[in-house]
Design a protein around this ligand. Structure first.
Ligand SMILES: C[S@@+](CC[C@H](N)C(=O)[O-])C[C@H]1O[C@@H](n2cnc3c(N)ncnc32)[C@H](O)[C@@H]1O
Length: 328
């Protein structure tokens, strides 16, 4: 996956406005924080303190935004595949940061026409607005960026799609459930929650999934069923999305590879069920001589399926299947 070119150019322009030393220091600060376990149960209050300066916002643009964009875009593509007749006209994004979810939604759904973004950090709001100014879609041009603390009372319109990406883990644990409820109440049809693909990120998604199921939401993705999650203790449901890194992003991160793989956990729900799938591929398929092993989550539970060439149709599906894919 590549970043939309306007976003890539915008990030590069933002990085040019910041001194290399300042940017490295800000990127190192973010990096330390994520390595220390973003989404750890302690949940630092308000993200604003981590992205308090324009340099920190620029570092986020280089260091994290491409990866969060990739994760959200992949989750939205999975939603779109299960809701082929539906496209949101409007988006509410909580803890919007630099607007990664807005860019992803505009990429996945051409009809997106309006957006409301809530964020506490002024430096993020300012750079997010600036980046969105480069986007071609009406939703980006007309987006309403609002400063608010999601742990205090906040107001927003109801929108077709509500999202919170890499945000719940930044809130105190006690505030997460209320945000999930509020976002569901503000969603006209669908809600997408994304967290890092770590055990801590998955625990947050799993708790939100249970809460939404209890509220009567239909699970759209990644699960192929509406039941309780069958994953055993110690395992965690997560996926990976590869995203290209530009030269300037590599320099900001001190990285050599031309891409990165973002691991993420997510749940998407809606007010009506999506088109059925027979299973979701939960791990990278393992190809062995004459057979392919698929770790699947299916409506009747978890299973490992060994596919051989004797079943030609299944073999073709298994050969093309990737981690995270839905099997028809
Ligand atoms: C890890 S960033 C994710 C940004 C964006 N959603 C993305 O996927 O790139 C978390 C964002 O949530 C914001 N945030 C954290 N706590 C918040 C709060 N209590 N109220 C509003 N925004 C908050 C932070 O300022 C930060 O921009």
């Amino acid at each position: 996956m590549d970043l939309p070119s306007e976003l890539r150019v915008g990030i590069e322009a933002a990085l040019r406005g910041v001194g290399q030393a300042e940017l490295r220091a800000a990127a190192a600060g973010l990096s330390d924080r994520y390595r220390a376990g973003h989404g750890a149960s302690a949940g630092p209050p308000g993200g604003a303190r981590y992205v308090a300066s324009p340099a920190a916002a620029a570092a986020y643009a280089a260091y994290r935004m491409p990866a969060t964009y990739a994760a959200v875009a992949a989750a939205m593509a999975a939603m779109a595949a299960r809701m082929p007749g539906w496209a949101p006209r409007s988006l509410l994004d909580a803890g919007a940061g630099l607007g990664a979810s807005l860019w992803a939604a505009a990429e996945v759904w051409d009809d997106l026409a309006a957006a409301e973004l809530i964020e506490s950090a002024p430096a993020m709001l300012s750079l997010g607005r600036q980046l969105a100014g480069r986007g071609g879609s009406p939703a980006m041009a007309g987006a309403a960026w609002r400063q608010a603390d999601l742990t205090a009372p906040w107001r927003a319109e109801r929108h077709d799609l509500a999202t919170a990406a890499y945000v719940l883990g930044e809130l105190p644990e006690a505030a997460r459930g209320a945000l999930v409820d509020a976002l569901w109440a503000h969603s006209g049809h669908a809600l997408l929650l994304v967290e890092p693909g770590t055990p801590a990120g998955w625990a947050i998604i799993r708790a939100a999934r249970e809460r939404l199921r209890a509220a009567g939401a239909a699970i759209i993705a990644p699960c192929p069923h509406q039941g309780a999650c069958p994953l055993p203790e110690g395992d965690w449901c997560h996926f990976a999305q590869r995203i290209a890194r530009s030269k300037i992003q590599r320099a900001a991160k001190g990285a050599e590879l031309g891409y990165e793989d973002e691991k993420f956990a997510y749940v998407a729900v809606a007010r009506e069920p999506g088109t059925p799938i027979s299973a979701r591929v939960l791990r990278r398929p393992v190809a062995r001589p004459g057979r392919i092993e698929l770790a699947l989550c299916a409506p009747d539970g978890l299973r490992t399926e060994t596919v051989t060439r004797s079943n030609r149709e299944r073999w073709r599906e298994a050969r093309d299947a990737e981690w995270g894919d839905a099997l028809p």
